[in-house]
Design a protein around this ligand. Structure first.
Ligand SMILES: C[S@@+](CC[C@H](N)C(=O)[O-])C[C@H]1O[C@@H](n2cnc3c(N)ncnc32)[C@H](O)[C@@H]1O
Length: 413
C-alpha cells in the first residue's frame, strides 16, 4: 500500500485510477500507478437502482437493503428512460476526477440528489405503485451479468453538447415510441420544455441505459442459471472495458447475511498491475466458451472481442473448447505446486497474471484459470484477494460469484 491508501485497502484517489482513450474501445480505466493486488479499486454506491421485475419479492427486499436505493417503481422501461433522462440532463458533465470511494448511503434520510424524483402526485400512469400491481412485462433485453456503459452518456465531450447530439442514432422502435408517449404525459422534468425529449432521444437513452447497468444477480445456485434481480447504475464504474481474461472483478454483497448488505459494488484487482495497464472486467463469467462470449459481446455490447484469449481460442477446434476444463486441471497440476512465482515481485505480468516467460503460447491463459477462476462446479466466478483488514494483508481469495473463499498461498509464498 502507498500513502493515502486506506487501512481497509482502498486505492488512494485520484491518481490511482485514470480514464484514458483506448484504441478501438472508447475510453477505459487505467492504473495510474502500480496497483498491488490487495487493493480495492473502487467501492461505489448506485446512483440509481431498479428492479428487474423478474422477482417481485426482490422489490420488497430492496427496501430492506437500502433506503436510498430508488425503489419507487413504475415499470422497468419507464424507469430506464426517466433515469436516463435524469442522467443525461443532470449528470451530463464528465466524471473528470472520479470519486474512487463513496460512502455507502451515509444518510438514508437524505437520499442522494442522484436519485430521481418520483412522478408528480397527479401522475396519469395507472398502477404506479409496483408493490400493488405486477409489472406489465418482464424486460428481455438487459444482459444478465454485465456492466457496460455507452461512451456517450458521460463522455468527455458531453459537457457542452446537447443531449440529443451526443446520443447518436438509436433506432426509434415501438418500445421507444411508446415510452416517449408515456413520458410526454407524465414526466414533468424541470426545464423539460426547453430541453425537449424526442422519440429519437428516448430511443437513444433506452439503448444507452441498458448498456450501463450492472446486474445484481440471484444468489449462486449450482443447479440453476443465475438471473438478474435488479440493476444499478454506478457511473464511476462504467469506464471499465471488457477482457475475457480480466485483471479486476466486481463484487457485491446484496445477499450478505450481515447488517452491511447493500447494493454497493466493489471492483478489486486480481493480481498486481503495473502503472499504465488498462484495467478490465469480464462482462460475464469467465468460463464462457469462445463462441458464447463473442455472441454475447456482439449482441449486448456491439463489439467483437479481440483480446489475447479470443485470439488464441478463435483457432481452437470444438474438441479443444470442450476439453478446456480438463486441460486447465492438467496444466494446473504441473504449474501450481512448483512455480510459486512471486506476483509481488518485478516480473512483468500479462493479463493472465503470469510472467511472460512462463506462458504457453497455445494456452497462455491456463495460468489464469488455475489461479483466478473459481473451482466450484458451474460457478465460473473470478477469484480476487480479500482486502486487508486493519491494514493486515489477507491470505484469502474470494469468488465474486459463489462467494467461496480459498487459500491465497501462491501469492504470498
Ligand atoms: C462499460 S463501457 C466501457 C467504457 C467505454 N469504453 C467508454 O468509452 O465509455 C462498454 C463499451 O465499451 C466498449 N468496449 C468495452 N470493452 C471492449 C473491448 N474489449 N473491445 C472493444 N470495445 C469494448 C464497447 O463499446 C462497450 O459497449
Amino acid at each position: 500500500m502507498e500513502p493515502g491508501d486506506s487501512a481497509s485497502g482502498v486505492l488512494a484517489p485520484p491518481q490511482g485510477l485514470r480514464v484514458d482513450p483506448e484504441t478501438g474501445r472508447g475510453e477505459g480505466r487505467v492504473a495510474g500507478r502500480r496497483v498491488p493486488c490487495l487493493l480495492v479499486l473502487l467501492s461505489v454506491v448506485p446512483k440509481i437502482g431498479f428492479s428487474s421485475f423478474q422477482e417481485l419479492s426482490f422489490r420488497v427486499r430492496t427496501l430492506k437493503f437500502c433506503n436510498a436505493f430508488w425503489s419507487i417503481l413504475l415499470n422497468y422501461e419507464m424507469r430506464v428512460i426517466i433515469e436516463s433522462i435524469f442522467f443525461t440532463y443532470f449528470y451530463g458533465p464528465p466524471i473528470t476526477a472520479p470519486t474512487v470511494t463513496e460512502q455507502s448511503h451515509p444518510n438514508p434520510q437524505q437520499p442522494s440528489p442522484a436519485l430521481i424524483a418520483p412522478p408528480p402526485p397527479n401522475s396519469a400512469l395507472p398502477n404506479a405503485n409496483p408493490l400493488l400491481s405486477p409489472p406489465p412485462t418482464p424486460h428481455s433485453f438487459a444482459p444478465p451479468y454485465a456492466v457496460s456503459a455507452p461512451p456517450t452518456l458521460r463522455s468527455s465531450s458531453s459537457t457542452t453538447t446537447t443531449a440529443s447530439s451526443k446520443l447518436g442514432d438509436a433506432l426509434a422502435d415501438d418500445a421507444s415510441v411508446f415510452l416517449h408517449s408515456v413520458i410526454s404525459t407524465i414526466c414533468q422534468l424541470p426545464n423539460s420544455g426547453e430541453l425537449g425529449v424526442s422519440v429519437e432521444l428516448t430511443a437513444a437513452l433506452l439503448a444507452k441505459d441498458k448498456l450501463n447497468a450492472f446486474g445484481l444477480m440471484e444468489p449462486f445456485n449450482q443447479g440453476k442459471e443465475r438471473s438478474v434481480r435488479a440493476y444499478g447504475l454506478y457511473p464511476t464504474a462504467s469506464f471499465f472495458n471488457h477482457d475475457c481474461l480480466p485483471n479486476a472483478c466486481r463484487f457485491d454483497y446484496v445477499d450478505s447475511a450481515s447488517e452491511f448488505s447493500n447494493t454497493d459494488i466493489t471492483i478489486r484487482v486480481i493480481h498486481d498491475l503495473p502503472a499504465g495497464r488498462e484495467i478490465c472486467l469480464s462482462y460475464f463469467p469467465v468460463n464462457f466458451k469462445y463462441v458464447e462470449r463473442q455472441q454475447r459481446l456482439k449482441e449486448d455490447y456491439g463489439f467483437v472481442c479481440d483480446c489475447d484469449r479470443c485470439k488464441v481460442e478463435a483457432n481452437w477446434s470444438d474438441d479443444e473448447e470442450e476439453g478446456e476444463g480438463e486441460m486447465n486441471r492438467d496444466v494446473g497440476d504441473d504449474d501450481m505446486d512448483e512455480d510459486g512465482d512471486d506476483e509481488e515481485g518485478d516480473l512483468e505480468t500479462t493479463d493472465s497474471g503470469m510472467d511472460k516467460e512462463g506462458e504457453d503460447d497455445s494456452f497462455p491463459h491456463a495460468y489464469f484459470f488455475i489461479r483466478y477462476m473459481c473451482s466450484v462446479d458451474n460457478c465460473g466466478g473470478t477469484l480476487a484477494p480479500v482486502p486487508p483488514v486493519d491494514a493486515r494483508p489477507s491470505t484469502v481469495m474470494e469468488c465474486n460469484v459463489c462467494g467461496s473463499f480459498s487459500k491465497f498461498s501462491l501469492l504470498l509464498s
